[in-house]
Design a protein around this ligand. Structure first.
Ligand SMILES: [Zn+2]
Length: 242
């Protein structure tokens, strides 16, 4: 019975480890999804900024064309000014010229403002492009790490499973069934009996049972939680290292 109980304890240790191994990958996709969302957010921000920059540049080109057209009109009006025949005509053409000059000045002022905006867009795009590159590199690195970790986990699960197979063969089918039933319900199915108490539920164990239990030649279950009890001499009562 002693060796069967020892085998059960190792089996339990492996079962709990298997749970951890199966649980870990659940956190991996969540982290990656959050990073992907961040990368996507920066990408769409960048796209909008590029569109705004294009619009502003188009607007500036339009203003430049406008100024060129106004300058051509100005040249024509100046020629016209040379051919006026009287004061009235002179005044009219002069007014025309003044208007054109005013228009040109307005367009040039607008062009300066839009140039400033263009500079701001360009610098924002530069910053976000750099940020995007960094995030994307981080994401790729995390994906690689996740892949490697998943492979490690799969390998570890494979090893644990083959070891479980070896140990299971050393436990009687009845005891194994009992263990599985309790394990399914309570997780930890094999617990230590220490100083007269069940370490699974902290209930006191009857003195008679506790004395017999210490010999380790019979199967004892806690009268309260039904977990399988094992007694360990002081120096052994440590959790096995992973
Ligand atoms: Zn108990």
């Amino acid at each position: 019975m002693k060796s069967e109980l020892a085998a059960l304890e190792e089996l339990q240790h492996l079962d709990l480890k298997t749970l951890d191994l199966h649980n870990e990958p659940k956190g991996i996709p969540e982290n990656l999804e959050a990073m992907k969302a961040e990368v996507g957010h920066i990408a769409s921000l960048l796209q909008k900024e590029k569109e705004r920059l294009e619009e502003a540049e188009q607007w500036r080109l339009d203003r430049e064309k406008d100024v060129a057209a106004q300058n051509a009109m100005l040249a024509k009006s100046k020629v016209k000014l040379q051919t006026v025949r009287n004061e009235k005509e002179h005044k009219a053409v002069q007014r025309e010229i003044d208007n054109i000059r005013k228009n040109i000045q307005d367009r040039e002022e607008e062009a300066i403002k839009v140039m400033e905006a263009i500079e701001q867009y360009r610098s924002a795009i530069e910053d976000h492009t750099r940020e995007f590159g960094e995030l994307e590199a981080q994401l790729r690195e995390s994906e690689e790490q996740a892949k490697a970790r998943m492979a490690d986990l799969e390998e570890a699960i494979g090893k644990v499973n083959s070891r479980k197979g070896e140990i299971t063969a050393r436990v009687s089918p009845e005891l194994l069934r009992l263990y599985k039933r309790i394990h399914k319900r309570l997780g930890r199915a094999v617990v230590e009996a220490k100083d007269g108490y069940c370490m699974g539920c902290n209930m006191e164990i009857l003195a008679q049972a506790y004395n017999e239990l210490q010999r380790g030649d019979k199967l004892y279950q806690c009268a309260n939680c039904f977990r399988i009890l094992v007694f360990k001499p002081k120096e052994e009562s440590e959790e096995p290292a992973l």
